[in-house]
Design a protein around this ligand. Structure first.
Ligand SMILES: CC(C)(COP(=O)(O)OP(=O)(O)OC[C@H]1O[C@@H](n2cnc3c(N)ncnc32)[C@H](O)[C@@H]1OP(=O)(O)O)[C@@H](O)C(=O)NCCC(=O)NCCS
Length: 182
């Protein structure tokens, strides 16, 4: 697997590189598409990158080097969620799938107590949604108008998850959406 995750020290030696990464890239499907330096500094101070609930990593590729940022969130809950952001230069080149597979492996191999791993994205983030599906994640929720958009109409937030047992067997199990109808 050409992908590895390098621990990121957001309050120490990686602070400036993290601020640089977050402020020079655009994140069109996030609440703040162009975060300002101050936003990231505040988030660092609040522990949003590194505390009992958060761990942050650089994503490194064996051949092409550092390609992005990955953060685990809700680590004190039974089900962690993630934030994945590739550097603009490396988007749309087919890296998403092997990165999400590596991230899933990281969670299930290093956190024996975790049996579910979740992610959410905006309904129009097709690259992320396709990546979830290609990795065998299952859509579990579609929160209509659940994602506020600055100056625009709210969009849906779509939630996906993978179970440890599906990861172990390589078989995606699902469920009946309309299990109760009138
Ligand atoms: C979302 C993200 C991780 C996906 O990784 P990626 O390497 O860029 O995705 P890929 O190049 O593998 O594309 C995945 C699929 O989406 C398609 N796709 C990519 N960009 C697309 C776009 N703008 N519109 C429609 N389809 C798109 C690709 O063709 C590919 O299709 P396939 O399933 O037929 O192969 C990456 O684009 C990213 O970091 N984006 C910015 C941050 C972000 O939105 N993160 C997700 C937050 S949860």
């Amino acid at each position: 697997m050409p992908i590895s995750f390098t621990s990121l020290d957001a309050v120490g030696h990686d602070r400036e590189s993290l601020i640089d990464f977050m402020t020079r890239n655009e994140f069109p499907f996030h609440g703040k598409p162009q975060p300002a330096r101050e936003d990231i500094e505040n988030a660092i101070s609040e522990g949003a990158y590194q505390d009992e609930d958060h761990q942050s990593f650089w994503i490194d590729h064996d051949e092409i080097g550092r390609v992005g940022f990955f953060r685990l969130e809700d680590l004190s809950e039974p089900t962690p969620v993630f934030d994945l952001r590739l550097d603009g230069t490396f988007r749309g080149k087919g890296l998403g799938m092997e990165i999400l597979q590596a991230a899933t492996r990281h969670v299930f191999t290093s956190m024996p107590q975790v049996d579910r791993f979740e992610g959410q994205t905006r309904e129009d983030n097709i690259a992320m949604r396709r990546t979830f599906l290609k990795c065998g994640w299952v859509k579990e929720a579609h929160y209509r108008e659940g994602w506020p958009v600055d100056g625009g109409t709210p969009l849906a937030s779509v939630a996906y998850a993978i179970l440890r047992r599906d990861w172990e067997t390589g078989r995606t199990t699902t469920f009946v959406w309309e299990d109760l109808v009138l």
